[in-house]
Design a binder for this molecule. Structure first.
Ligand code: SF4
Length: 301
């Protein structure tokens, strides 16, 4: 066991995803907490603006869920892109989610912590909808055979393929965590993985919501994979966190001057499938804010 990742260490979908994409970036970001400026050839304002847009949209959607009238705030916002995202979010039909008949659970920005052997796994759901009468066919519900849906709001510039979305670390961590801790949310009834889905809603492509189904076999597979992965990370010697061999990952990584990985060519020319580091930066920024917010307790099972 390493002496720098202790039992109880809190892993998250973005820290695990970072490790799988680049071990060195995981070490710099989540262990050493190494701040590093954007390389000079990039406009830090554009990066910062995109980061802020994503986090503001999340805050707006959470406040709307709390019943706050957001229209005056949105109307006063001068960022047209952000207002466009907001208008698209208004069009989302949440009557298609479980629990439309009432009596279920509808929660925004819900943090959950589950145990993974000696370590812990943290998930923060943008939105969770659970129907009443878990495990039963609900008459009048538009999704009578689905008990729970995790809804994630994404501000990606491109929509990843369904195959990529299904394999995303976030998809696996979120579905696994919800099934594991689901009985706490339902008041006792366990969630059957076969009746749980994850939906990705895209602010730039609101008509292309992706729905990912789950299964008991996938749940068992995810548990084994996650347990092995956190042990692998926690027992890795500090000097064995390697720089990625995939130089495309370095293109938009702000550590690239530190790693002596100069950007070659324009970003995005052969970018990875719909992903850069921004989405993880947004998730990390929101999690850091939440961890400072004493009013938002993590739900531990
Ligand atoms: S610049 Fe490349 S090698 Fe260095 S941390 Fe970023 S992704 Fe990893």
């Amino acid at each position: 066991m390493s002496d720098w990742i202790q039992p109880g260490h809190l892993f998250s979908q973005h820290s695990l995803n970072t490790y799988l994409r680049c071990q060195r970036r995981f070490q710099l970001t989540y262990i050493e907490r190494q701040p590093w400026p954007m390389p000079e050839e990039e406009d830090p304002r554009a990066y910062q603006q995109y980061l802020e847009r994503g986090t503001i949209l999340h805050h707006w959607l959470v406040r709307r869920h709390l019943g706050i009238d957001m229209e005056p705030i949105v109307a006063a916002c001068e960022d047209e892109e952000l207002r466009r995202w907001w208008r698209a979010a208004q069009e989302f039909d949440d009557s298609a989610l479980p629990g439309a008949e009432g009596g279920g659970v509808r929660e925004a920005e819900l943090p959950v912590v589950v145990s993974l052997g000696e370590y812990s796994l943290y998930a923060r759901y943008d939105y969770v909808a659970i129907g009443s009468g878990v495990g039963q066919t609900r008459v009048g519900d538009p999704r009578p055979d689905v008990d729970a849906v995790i809804l994630d709001w994404k501000t990606l510039e491109r929509v990843p393929s369904l195959r990529v979305l299904r394999q995303r670390v976030q998809t696996r961590v979120y579905l696994y965590s919800l099934v594991t801790a689901g009985h706490v949310l339902t008041g006792g009834a366990p969630l059957d993985p076969e009746r749980v889905e994850m939906w990705y809603w895209f602010a730039n492509y609101p008509e292309e919501t992706a729905r990912i189904a789950y299964s008991r076999a996938a749940y068992r597979e995810d548990e084994a994979w996650l347990r092995a992965l956190v042990v692998e990370i926690a027992t890795r010697p500090q000097d064995a966190f390697a720089l990625t061999d995939d130089h495309r990952e370095c293109r938009r990584c702000h550590y690239r001057t530190l790693c002596d990985r100069a950007a070659k060519g324009a970003p995005g020319a052969d970018a990875l499938d719909g992903e850069d580091w921004l989405q993880e930066e947004i998730d990390l920024a929101i999690d850091m804010e939440l961890s400072l917010d004493a009013d938002v307790p993590a739900l531990e099972y």
